[in-house]
Design a protein around this ligand. Structure first.
Ligand SMILES: Cc1ncc(C[n+]2csc(CCOP(=O)(O)OP(=O)(O)O)c2C)c(N)n1
Ligand code: SF4
Length: 252
């Protein structure tokens, strides 16, 4: 009797073979995978240009199997704007953490969204500036302790967390914004759908699209990977409600 081997799982063509440097339990890796799968499924890997930012995902240009470049501190939306305007038939995306997008790059993201640039932003919100030893980010929760806020974030001293999706959704030229989460399988499925919708929005030339993904940072939170997922569900989702904040007509 001959045994027939059947392949039931394979790595997406959208990622290179490079082993990532992310900490165990960090959801950056699974979000990379979903972005890569969507690009592969849409058959646009050959025409995609991604812009890596700073933070833990700075090396994402080594992991995505498409053309990639890297932009310094928060400037990814500006660099993506330039690329898309010169090469409008390319799929252009940025991959940015919350320190990059909501702190040092706040100006760039607001103006790219206000201009309705036809780019897709993958925004990773892990409530912390992961790379530089876990300092506070604009998304750090009230009461959440970080290495630079050992007493916990205090609204009267450091202000309250910024909800980027809600804020950017007020801009007329924004086509699509959704916030999703990585804390369980059901939400991972919704995350992939949102990423698909964002790239479809760009393909249809409808304008600016962004997916905010609630993500983990076990290393700087001081929890193990499973506890970290639980922490996202229990603590982040109530402050950062999931859902679609803007969906222009024509976005499907
Ligand atoms: C006040 C300040 N300005 C600039 C930097 C430089 N810097 C290092 S990492 C980073 C981005 C932060 O990463 P984040 O976007 O939070 O992604 P993560 O590392 O959490 O994945 C920046 C802006 C810094 N650490 N602190
Ligand atoms: S420090 Fe945090 S965000 Fe950075 S790779 Fe490790 S777990 Fe992920």
């Amino acid at each position: 009797m001959s045994l027939e081997m059947q392949q039931v799982f394979k790595k997406t063509e959208g990622l290179t073979d490079k082993i990532t440097h992310y900490c165990p339990g960090c959801t950056h890796g699974i979000i990379h995978r979903m972005v890569a799968e969507v690009l592969e499924e849409m058959d646009v890997l050959e025409e995609t240009i991604g812009v890596a930012s700073v933070g833990c995902s700075v090396l994402s240009y080594e992991y995505f199997n498409c053309d990639m470049t890297q932009a310094p501190h928060g400037r990814a939306p500006a660099v993506a704007t330039g690329i898309k305007r010169v090469l409008p038939d390319r799929m252009v995306f940025t991959y940015q953490g919350d320190g990059d997008l909501a702190s040092i790059g706040m100006g760039e993201i607001i103006h790219a969204a206000a201009r309705g640039e036809n780019i897709t932003v993958i925004f990773i919100n892990n409530a912390i500036y992961g790379m530089t030893g876990g300092q506070m980010a604009p998304t750090t929760l009230v009461g959440q302790k970080t290495t630079t806020t050992p007493d916990g974030r205090m609204a009267n001293k450091q202000g309250s967390p910024i909800r980027m999706s809600e804020m950017l959704a007020t801009l007329d030229s924004v086509a699509y914004i959704e916030r999703v989460s990585t804390h369980d399988i059901k939400h991972l499925r919704s995350t992939k759908k949102a990423i698909q919708r964002a790239f479809e929005t760009q393909k249809r030339e409808l304008g600016f699209s962004m997916v905010e993904v609630l993500s983990t940072c076990p290393t700087n939170w001081g929890y193990d990977p499973v506890e970290s997922l639980e922490w996202v569900k229990e603590n982040m989702v109530p402050v950062y409600p999931l859902g679609v904040f803007k969906q222009m007509q024509g976005v499907e």
